[in-house]
Ligand binder design. Structure first.
Ligand SMILES: [Zn+2]
Length: 185
């Protein structure tokens, strides 16, 4: 395993895929074919996806400057901010780098969700035990974008299933993988 950088590489790869699928501008028909193609609605840029990508890049840049205020200018290409963030925070203590990795992992999963691909999220959620009851019944709720515990004895004060946001489960995953790597070396 490539260590810390795998989170940033995957996040950049998924962002690239999302961008390629949803933000590729329509090819303008040439004047000779314009009349014939006029009946088709022009392909439009998906503004939700554009917003999602811009917000993600902004979050990474803001978190990076919070951690390292002296970091130089961030790249303008959203795909490139992950590698940049990795690079300028490489000297930070392991716990700080785990915060960064959990954020990149969460964004990586959100890029997949945005692309209509929930498999990476469900796989990650199934691989983590419940932080409260330690059972292996965590589930991803596609409707609410939260992680729920399926154990009926695991609930909050009003009897609803215990729930976590994706960031919390990503932090748990990153911490667990880092602990495994420490014991393996
Ligand atoms: Zn539970």
């Amino acid at each position: 395993m490539g260590g810390d950088s795998s989170y940033s590489t995957t996040a950049a790869k998924r962002l690239r895929a999302l961008r390629a699928e949803h933000l590729t501008p329509a090819v303008r028909p040439s004047s000779s074919t314009r009349r014939a193609t006029r009946v088709h609605a022009p392909a439009i840029i998906d503004l939700d996806v554009l917003d999602h990508i811009e917000a993600a890049a902004h979050e990474i840049v803001a978190e990076t400057y919070t951690a390292v205020p002296t970091a130089g200018p961030a790249p303008s290409n959203p795909e490139a901010v992950y590698a940049w963030a990795d690079q300028v925070t490489a000297h930070l203590p392991a716990e700080r780098r785990q915060v960064r990795d959990a954020l990149m992992l969460r964004q990586s999963l959100e890029h997949s969700l945005q692309a209509g691909e929930p498999a990476p999220v469900t796989a990650l959620v199934r691989g983590e035990s419940c932080p409260t009851c330690r059972c292996w019944g965590l589930m991803w709720s596609r409707a609410d974008w939260v992680v729920l515990c399926a154990n009926r004895r695991c609930h909050d004060t009003v009897g609803l299933p215990t729930r976590w946001n994706l960031q919390q489960i990503c932090e748990r995953h990153v911490a667990r993988v880092a602990a495994l790597q420490r014991t393996a070396t």
